[in-house]
Design a binder for this molecule. Structure first.
Ligand code: KG4
Ligand code: ZN
Length: 346
């Protein structure tokens, strides 16, 4: 079975083809991706209307490229999957509209996929895929969640951020430091030259027994620190502040993940979403997991940020698990706000 997946929830247009036979692990046959980062850079963040229009321009050429890499034609596609939500409504509508249009033309069914389910299952395309059950740390620009995952569609929320997401904390702190968008990778680069203990920044909720996060206070602390340093901080001070900010975010993510593993008694951790690409997070999680005999799994680096492969894969795994509710009528609706725990097995 060949599945074409379309991702268009935010500022990346991704199309990919994933294939599987029976119970065999799904394989990625081809993929194409366009990031709008450069287009939004001038505005310091994603402009929703520009994002939608760019998805319109990109999605069909990307689909052609993904098909060419897969050495398949449209007639070889059996199912069209798209990101139904969460995300920007206009951006989601582009992917949903194209998916349902293609499906109508080809007389094929569609499947609307939850964006975070895509992230969560993306390590199954890696050379070292996880096995169920596991704890998942989902860290993206819009979400920070710890979930217990017992199988496809069996997701229990253990804790989440009560304000900003981890990616947002990176992005907002980076903006205060005068770095470009997206801030995560830029802040991480600046932090390489800094000392992580140079500034004492808050680690909110770290000592609370729950698994929730709060990052809004960190942004305020970065702002007040910068104010204290005056209008012209030195390069070293900026690098020190970047390193201290990254250290605060990473410490909270690592400690809460370890607590989730301890509380649930599970010995496998899956890390997914854009912040999962962060090198310090990977190093510290690696050390903490090794100490506790926990296996940690990541998607391939190229699949950490948004892409079409994770959407096609989630559709494939839903089909294999017998929990894919396919639509045959080509009417579509998107869910800009949508909780992963609600997705269930429907
Ligand atoms: O999952 P993703 O591509 O998009 C969303 O669904 O949100 O995540 C994007 C987020 C952004 O906040 C970006 O700054 C952050 O992931 N990010 C990073 C790194 N690469 C991307 N944060 C820290 N370090 C990185 N290397
Ligand atoms: Zn994402």
């Amino acid at each position: 079975m060949n599945i074409l997946g379309i991702e268009s929830s935010c500022d990346e247009t991704g199309v990919a083809i994933v294939s599987f036979n029976g119970d065999e692990a799904p394989r990625l046959l081809g993929q194409a991706l366009h990031s709008q980062v450069q287009m939004h850079e001038a505005y310091g963040g994603v402009v929703p209307e520009l994002a939608s229009r760019d998805h319109v321009r990109r999605v069909l050429p990307l689909a052609q490229a993904a098909l060419a890499e897969s050495e398949l034609g449209l007639q070889d596609i059996h199912l069209i999957a798209f990101t139904r939500g969460p995300g920007l409504a206009g951006a989601l509508l582009v992917g949903a509209g194209v998916a349902c249009g293609l499906a109508a033309a080809l007389s094929r069914p569609t499947l609307g996929v939850h964006h975070l389910e895509g992230h969560l299952l993306s390590p199954f395309l890696s050379a070292d895929p996880p096995r169920f059950p596991f704890v998942a740390l989902l860290v993206s620009g819009g979400h920070t969640q710890l979930m217990r995952v017992d199988g496809v569609g069996r997701y229990e929320l253990l804790g989440e951020t009560i304000d900003d997401a981890a990616g947002e904390a990176f992005d907002k702190s980076a903006k205060l430091l005068g770095l470009g968008y997206p801030g995560g990778p830029a802040l991480a680069r600046l932090a390489e030259a800094g000392r992580p203990d140079a500034f004492e920044l808050p680690r909110p909720l770290l000592h609370q027994p729950n698994l929730d996060f709060s990052f809004a206070g960190l942004k305020t602390a970065v702002m007040t620190t910068l104010r204290r340093l005056g209008p012209d901080p030195t390069d070293q001070q900026r690098a020190d502040l970047a390193a201290s900010t990254q250290a605060a975010i990473v410490e909270v993510l690592v400690r809460k993940s370890m607590r989730a593993l301890r509380d649930s008694g599970l010995r496998r951790l899956v890390v997914a979403g854009g912040v999962g690409a962060n090198a310090w997070l990977r190093r510290d999680l690696g050390e903490a997991c090794a100490r506790r005999g926990v296996q940690v799994h990541y998607p391939e680096l190229a699949l950490c940020t948004d892409n079409g492969a994770m959407i096609a894969l989630a559709a494939a795994m839903r089909c294999q698990a017998g929990v894919a509710s396919l639509s045959h009528d080509h009417r579509f609706a998107v869910r800009p706000r949508w909780n992963l725990a609600e997705v269930g097995q429907a």
